[in-house]
Design a protein around this ligand. Structure first.
Ligand code: SF4
Length: 187
């Protein structure tokens, strides 16, 4: 029995990813599909809470349980991100992707999921190749399949639907640095 765990980075990115996976569930041979939130990269707290609330409300509207690992930790994130050259990570985003997705893989392992994917794969503003390489490493480490799909062609449609649904639309990637760098998600 194949069980898929979808890591949701935010509600707007989840909209199209979930719709597509739901449509393809049978052909992908997935018998069960759940969604989880784990995004400790989002700062400040007020922004974290807004995105989390949008995620919970949207997943409930799908008649699904909004699973979450609720962790807000500005201090540890910035401590590592600000001294990345002293760590094993190649960049701040490498650390950000690994730390979030690794926890999702651990959750998947502990709860009997066979496959993992992430809504990060829909955004043309994320480092797609880096996300893939992180997921391939985690796939090997945890012996859980990484379900890959290039969702990027669906990004604009997802944004359009999200606006229509009145979902909260963030204006920057997530971390405190991305506000400063103006790393917008093109919304
Ligand atoms: S820019 Fe985005 S992906 Fe990179 S560290 Fe910040 S929140 Fe994470």
């Amino acid at each position: 029995m194949n069980k898929l765990l979808i890591h949701a980075c935010c509600a707007p990115c989840l909209v199209e990813v979930y719709d597509v996976l739901l449509k393809e569930q049978q052909s992908l041979n997935i018998s069960e599909m759940d969604i989880i939130w784990y995004n400790k990269n989002i700062h400040p707290k007020v922004e974290y809470d807004k995105r989390k609330k949008a995620y919970i409300e949207y997943v409930k509207s799908l008649d699904k349980t909004p699973y979450l690992i609720d962790e807000y930790d500005l201090m540890s994130f910035t401590k590592i991100a600000s001294s990345i050259e002293d760590t094993e990570y190649t960049s701040r985003c490498d650390y950000c992707y690994i730390s979030r997705l690794e926890k999702v893989f651990i959750y998947a392992k502990e709860n009997g999921y066979t496959h993992v994917t992430t809504t990060l794969l829909i955004s043309p503003y994320q480092n797609h190749d880096l996300i893939i390489s992180v997921l391939l490493r985690l796939e090997k480490k945890y012996n859980i399949k990484f379900l890959y799909k290039d969702f990027r062609p669906l990004f604009r449609e997802g944004q359009r639907k999200s606006r229509e649904l009145g979902l909260y639309m963030q204006k920057y990637c997530g971390c405190i640095y991305s506000i400063d760098e103006g790393r917008w998600q093109g919304i």
